[in-house]
Each structure stands twice: as structure tokens, then as C-alpha cells.
Design a protein. Sequence first.
Length: 136
Amino acid sequence: MRQKRLFPATAAAAVLLMALTACSGNNSAQPADNSATPVPTVTPAESNEPTPSPSSEADAIMGTGIYNGQIDNHSVEIETKDGATSFELGLGMENVPETLNEGDSVIFEYVEKTVEGDESLKQHILLNLSLADTGG
């Protein structure tokens, strides 16, 4: 009778011991020899390769339109001759939408960036957005 109770208790203790060993943070799978040289990891900020920038002034496109409003924290909608178009705010442009009202005539400058994975999709990134001088 005692052997029937001993097996489940021993199995439970073994499972508990394995769980505690796995969660202890002591990784015994690493080699004891610490003389191995670690492999350095390079983050994108440390890389010597230049990161592509969408703010290439040579490719900038100028346009005019009617400011429809801010879509979210980093996008606005402008009614252009091609219809309503969304534009992502470029670096340093986070506060520009606060200076505009819906229905304002605006002048803008942007670049088109191809969406990775689908060459037919273009992302419009604003470089400049300002109130148009209506002359009146």
C-alpha cells in the first residue's frame, strides 16, 4: 500500500525539481570555460553603413491642396488634385498640424518611399507643410 503512494509523490517531487531548475536562471548548458571570446553584436546605430533616408531633397515633390486634418499622431490628410491623400509627418514636423485648421489651403513638399514587400504601394513622407499665401 505504501508503494502506491510513494510513486506519485516521487514523480511530483521530480517534476517540481525540474521546474525549479529550469526557472532558477542558472544556465548549466553554457560551457565552464570562460576563455571563449564573445561575438560582438552591432546595433544599427553602431553600424558604419548609412541608413537610407527618405528626405532626399533631389527627389522632393512639391504640391498644393486643402488640409483635411490630422489622421493620427504622425499622419495628415490633404485633398490634392488626385483626391484625398495621406502623408506621414517627417522628422521635426510633429507640431505643424497644430498651426493649421481644416479647410486651409496648404503648400507641401514630400518624398515617395516604396513600401517594402509591395513595389506598387508608395508612402508619402512630408518634408515641409505650410499655409499657402492666398494673396488676400
